[in-house]
Design a protein. Structure first.
Length: 94
């Protein structure tokens, strides 16, 4: 069972890395990833691994919402609003 879970996490990492690289190619100067709780899902760990893989190309910040419900959406919307209003990467992450 462990190898199946590791395989899925590796697939998520690869998919996230591809998205990060595509965003950089499209002109993004930084990425903030709003993730499900790192304690309840491997999504955050996959996002962090992918972020390390592209660190030389684009800064990626992974935010652990510590939630798996409405809190994730609320956090994502607040980050999107801040980015749309011209906030810096640090301000969006906060």
């Amino acid at each position: 069972m462990k190898s199946v879970v590791e395989g899925r996490q590796r697939e998520k990492h690869t998919a996230a890395e591809q998205v990060y690289r595509a965003l950089a190619a499209d002109g993004a100067t930084g990425i903030v990833v709003v993730s499900l709780s790192g304690g309840l899902s491997a999504t955050m760990q996959s996002a962090e691994l992918a972020a390390r893989s592209v660190a030389d190309d684009i800064p990626v910040r992974v935010v652990d919402t510590r939630s798996v419900s409405l809190g994730v959406g609320t956090t994502a919307l607040a980050a999107a609003r801040a980015a749309a209003e011209g906030a810096s990467l640090d301000e969006v992450e906060a």
